[in-house]
Design a protein around this ligand. Structure first.
Ligand SMILES: Nc1ncnc2c1ncn2[C@@H]1O[C@H](COP(=O)(O)OP(=O)(O)OP(=O)(O)O)[C@@H](O)[C@H]1O
Ligand SMILES: [Mg+2]
Length: 248
């Protein structure tokens, strides 16, 4: 679906990544795990045209494109909800910007609010709801772009473990029910093991892929799955030997 070839980005003569390659296959859940500051958000910004890459080629179904602007929905690390808008109006922004039929868009947004446990909060302002609800609203807004590929930059960061676990099953729905292809950044190895079909373990800047794991265990997964425990032990072993640095 997406082929990233030789992506390169410098900030002030420092390479954030140089010659970075990545393949994103349709329908799969890809997770990037790497130390803080290694360049993950910069990669997403570069792919989506939020910042310009210095070098690199992107191919969408083998066709060359300049960025993913028209192909992917991007949920950035900060939720970027507008505080003077209600949750529903925040979710409707993509439809407004895209000039869509607003009645149909509102129906779609209300269905998503329902599905993601936000029913009854449509008129609340974003500063009147919890962090978990803000994240879910940001997720609805991301889905309202109606794109097949979704880029999620630490979508569940800053949430307590219990809320996080609940929302992780919602992220699985994106793949199973909404048939999205997902490229997600997380610091949480367990989250990656629960959700990912493929995990890319990244090095500190300049960011490269240190290891690529393909996870075959069926979902929903349990933490005591031996195959997952083996990968987890592998990752922790690498952290211990300081081959990569502990995220966060
Ligand atoms: N606009 C910018 N100008 C200069 N340097 C920047 C800019 N944005 C990011 N950087 C630097 O680029 C590097 C990578 O930043 P980035 O935000 O991509 O890291 P990250 O892997 O997403 O980190 P985290 O896990 O903490 O979110 C960091 O050293 C950061 O300080
Ligand atoms: Mg980041």
């Amino acid at each position: 679906m997406l082929q990233v070839s030789c992506a390169t980005k410098y900030f002030m003569d420092q390479p954030v990544f140089s010659g970075f390659d990545l393949t994103v296959a349709q329908g799969r859940f890809h997770v990037l795990v790497g130390p803080s500051g290694c360049g993950k958000s910069t990669l997403f910004d570069g792919l989506t045209g939020v910042v310009d890459l210095d070098k690199g080629s992107l191919f969408w179904n083998h066709e060359s494109i300049s960025n993913l602007n028209h192909h992917a929905a991007y949920m950035q690390q900060k939720d970027m909800l507008l505080p003077w808008f209600s949750l529903l109006d925040n979710a409707l922004l993509p439809a407004k910007i895209g000039g869509q039929n607003m009645k149909a868009a509102e129906n779609q947004a209300r269905r998503l609010f329902d599905r993601l446990g936000l029913k009854g909060y449509e008129s609340h302002m974003s500063n009147q709801v919890s962090g978990g609800m803000r994240q879910r609203c940001a997720l609805v807004r991301t889905l309202m772009f109606n794109r097949d590929l979704i880029l999620l930059d630490e979508p569940l960061s800053a949430l307590d473990t219990i809320t996080r676990r609940g929302l992780q099953s919602l992220l699985l729905l994106l793949q199973t029910e909404f048939k999205k292809t997902i490229l997600m950044i997380t610091h949480d190895i367990e989250e990656a093991l629960l959700l990912a079909d493929e995990i890319y373990l990244l090095t500190p800047m300049p960011m490269t892929i240190f290891r690529h794991f393909v996870l075959e265990s069926p979902k929903p997964r349990k933490f005591n799955d031996p195959a997952l425990l083996e990968i987890k032990a592998d990752v922790l072993d690498m952290l211990e030997k300081d081959l990569i640095h502990e995220p966060g």
